[in-house]
Design a protein around this ligand. Structure first.
Ligand SMILES: NC(=O)c1ccc[n+]([C@@H]2O[C@H](COP(=O)([O-])OP(=O)(O)OC[C@H]3O[C@@H](n4cnc5c(N)ncnc54)[C@H](OP(=O)(O)O)[C@@H]3O)[C@@H](O)[C@H]2O)c1
Length: 394
């Protein structure tokens, strides 16, 4: 029981070694009387996972890539924590019988099956892995409905919309306005973007995040993925989900209601805020997130998106409108493109060009089952690699 009399929320984390996962564990340490960590899963960073096991003493820890598991095995022996490996291990964490909430924070398509499994297990899913909704939004929603699972968004924008809509009627929502900082290249001369380096792209002006989402924020693909995510979460058509550039990152997103009233959620740019909200909802807990003081904040600006600077945003809208498997291809091509950019194989503007090429070759088809989605993901990745190998985008 907690001090407040309620039971502790028991949390499983998929992606505990990433930016979101580490921040969630920081919150759990601050709010030990409210949160208990029951299971953790990582990709390959077994050393960090071992330290997390020693600190948080979960009942189960899993790592997808079992090489370098010695430290983890030692931590397991010391704490009595059970260990599991490979995809089976991830699924065991996703469906852990003791978890009330599963934080889905694996990056990219790798998070799809574990997130789906958590929904199938009827858990509350605190969803950071937006890619799983982009790839398989309809399937995720159906699975959640069929198994009594709930999806609570972790993305700060969707958390903001979720908070604005508490007590509101969805039929009375006119538009969702997702805010975007514009990333590190918002004011950089367009002709110099070809020379942008990974280090520059990773230096986000507002948020401190993992590598892939940082690059996605520089291209605005992140916002494109979020527009699709917002559709699946809140049920609005895409022509009523708009993007506004807001460089200060204080208004986390807005909702315009039928009567013209605009609701906004604000806060400091600290991801622990939305993570805490998702883990504790509907309760609002007193956590460690710094308070917002608008008197000492910079003036708030709201600007239109420059389409020529951010071609990835239009590609995301187009892929969603093409329907079926097209968003799967969009996501897969983007993941390959971001990796290629970070690895020095593609210039920054090549990210959008590679995604466009893959979408241009893609024939959208229905993807009714998870295996169809995964097959489409693999074939779009192959197409992206083939185009990269031709070096036509360099
Ligand atoms: N960071 C943010 O502030 C933020 C904000 C909003 C939404 N999100 C979303 O949250 C998700 C996570 O982002 P992040 O920034 O936390 O990413 P990140 O720092 O790169 O961490 C990714 C996590 O996924 C794990 N992982 C990677 N590949 C895996 C695989 N094949 N199998 C199992 N686990 C794997 C990593 O494990 P290892 O490191 O052990 O390999 C790590 O724990 C993304 O979908 C992102 O869009 C992030």
């Amino acid at each position: 029981m907690t001090k407040g009399g309620g039971r502790k929320r028991r949390i499983a984390i998929l992606g505990s070694t990433g930016s979101i996962g580490v921040q969630a564990l920081d919150l759990a340490a601050h709010l030990e009387e409210r949160f208990e960590i029951v299971a953790l899963a990582a990709g390959s960073n077994a050393d960090l996972l071992a330290r997390q096991v020693l600190r948080h003493r979960p009942r189960l820890a899993a790592v997808a890539d079992p090489s370098g598991r010695a430290a983890l095995e030692a931590a397991g022996r010391e704490t009595g924590c059970a260990l599991a490996f490979g995809e089976e291990g991830l699924l065991a964490v996703a469906g852990h019988p003791d978890a009330d909430v599963v934080l889905a924070a694996i990056v990219g398509a790798a998070g799809l099956r574990p997130t789906w499994h958590a929904l199938k297990s009827g858990r509350i899913v605190a969803l950071a892995n937006k890619e799983s909704l982009v790839m398989a939004g309809a399937l995720m929603r159906e699975t959640a409905a069929a198994h009594g699972a709930a999806i609570v968004p972790v993305d700060s924008e969707h958390s903001a919309v979720h908070q604005c809509l508490r007590g509101e009627r969805v039929e009375e929502v006119e538009r969702i306005l997702l805010t975007a900082s514009g990333g590190p290249f918002r004011t950089r001369p367009l002709q110099s973007l070809a020379a942008a380096t990974p280090e520059e792209a990773l230096r986000h002006p507002v948020w401190d995040m993992g590598r892939k989402i940082s690059v996605d924020s520089a291209t605005l693909m992140n916002k494109g993925l979020e527009v699709i995510e917002a559709h699946w979460l809140f049920g609005l058509p895409l022509d009523r989900i708009e993007v506004v550039i807001h460089p200060q990152g204080i208004v986390h997103s807005m909702v315009e209601m039928a009567d013209g009233s605009v609701l906004a959620q604000m806060g400091t740019a600290d991801m622990r805020g939305p993570i805490q909200y998702a883990l504790g909802a509907p309760e609002r807990l007193r956590g460690p997130v710094p308070r917002l003081d608008l008197r000492s904040s910079p003036p708030l600006e709201f600007l239109p998106v420059e389409p020529a600077r951010y071609p990835c945003l239009a590609l995301a809208y187009a892929a969603f409108r093409a329907g079926g498997s097209a968003p799967v291809a969009l996501n897969a091509a983007n993941e390959i493109a971001v990796e290629a950019f970070l690895g020095g194989r593609l210039p920054f503007p090549g990210i959008a060009r590679l995604v466009e090429e893959v979408l241009g070759r893609h024939r959208a088809a229905a993807v009714p089952a998870l295996d169809d989605v995964l097959e489409c993901d693999r074939s779009a990745r192959r197409a992206a690699e083939e185009i990269l190998a031709m070096k036509v985008l360099a």
